[in-house]
Ligand binder design. Structure first.
Ligand code: SAM
Length: 281
């Protein structure tokens, strides 16, 4: 087949080769990008590898491959991301929701009593609040976000997913958090050190810095939200925060200093300390 008439199988191999050095998920990324420009599902690629890809489509695909190879997250290129059972719109205004954060949703679901209330701080795309709402229609869910641009994405997701009972509020936890009491307060706050190598080696440069950066030790956001959040917990309510793998001990200390009890840190699937919980007595 000529250069102008590449097959799906050839295009896929070209994409994998183009991304091999830069992406840990080169095959999946190439499949998603090719399916996107063809306007088909991924299964179509495996069912019809011999079918020709139009030249204009190959050009669009190569453009996306170049951007992905330069570090742009695939979710920004596709404008969507899967999170638990939800397909979320994501733009460069929001953090790309991570698989690790699904663990925060699982803990929130486990700690939320029937008919209970949950507050999420820093909702970004709305991933956590909307995932909980989709699985627990009995719960009253509020989420706040400081970035207006991010909040607009969360609102778009809320509308498209039909989860209109979720309350989305513009708010900065440095100026206070919504009045409780809440049975669960959950957050995946910024927790990356401003000196972390990921800022310069291409790992994080495409995502909003204000969603990730949290001072020299990565704990600035957690320090600032802990006390106001703990005050809005119901008696017996749980505060749960995602954090960096090396921050467990420090975060447990901050939870204890805020008067929370039964403080424990959960590990993620890679065995890393990732999520700390504490209960208001
Ligand atoms: C790590 S991102 C998490 C986004 C989303 N919850 C997720 O897990 O994909 C942190 C979010 O907190 C927001 N944020 C940072 N500081 C904040 C503050 N002081 N008040 C409210 N939101 C804040 C950021 O804009 C960002 O959307």
């Amino acid at each position: 087949m000529s250069e102008a008439g590449r097959s799906i199988g050839q295009a896929l191999r070209e994409g994998i080769d183009a991304l091999r050095a830069s992406s840990a998920s080169a095959r999946l990324d190439a499949e998603l990008l090719l399916a996107e420009v063809l306007g088909v599902g991924r299964s179509h690629l495996f069912a019809f590898p011999e079918r020709p890809v139009p030249t204009a489509t190959i050009d669009a695909y190569r453009n996306l491959l170049t951007r992905r190879a330069a570090g742009e997250p695939a979710a920004y290129l596709l404008r969507r991301c899967e999170f638990r059972d939800l397909s979320l719109t994501v733009t460069p205004a929001v953090l790309v929701p991570r698989p690790e954060t699904e663990h925060l949703v699982e803990q929130a679901l486990a700690c939320l009593p029937a008919g209970g209330s949950l507050l999420e701080l820093g909702t970004g795309s709305g991933a956590v609040a909307l995932a909980v709402a989709s699985e627990r229609p009995d719960a009253r869910i509020t989420a706040t976000e400081r970035s207006e641009a991010a909040l607009a994405v969360a609102r778009e997701n809320r509308q498209r997913l039909g989860l209109t009972s979720v309350e989305l509020i513009a708010g900065d936890w440095d100026e206070g958090v919504p009045a409780g009491p809440f049975q669960v307060i959950a957050s995946n706050p910024p927790y990356v050190e401003t000196t972390a190598p990921e800022w310069t080696n291409g790992g994080l440069g495409h995502e909003p810095r204000e969603a990730l950066a949290a001072g020299c030790d990565g704990l600035a956001a957690i320090r600032s939200l802990l006390a106001p959040a703990a005050e809005e917990l119901a008696r017996g309510g749980w505060l749960m925060l995602e954090h960096g793998a090396a921050q467990g001990e420090a975060v447990r200390g901050l939870f204890a200093a805020a008067g929370l009890e039964q403080v424990r840190t959960e590990r993620d699937l890679a065995g890393l300390e990732r999520l700390t919980l504490g209960r208001r007595p």
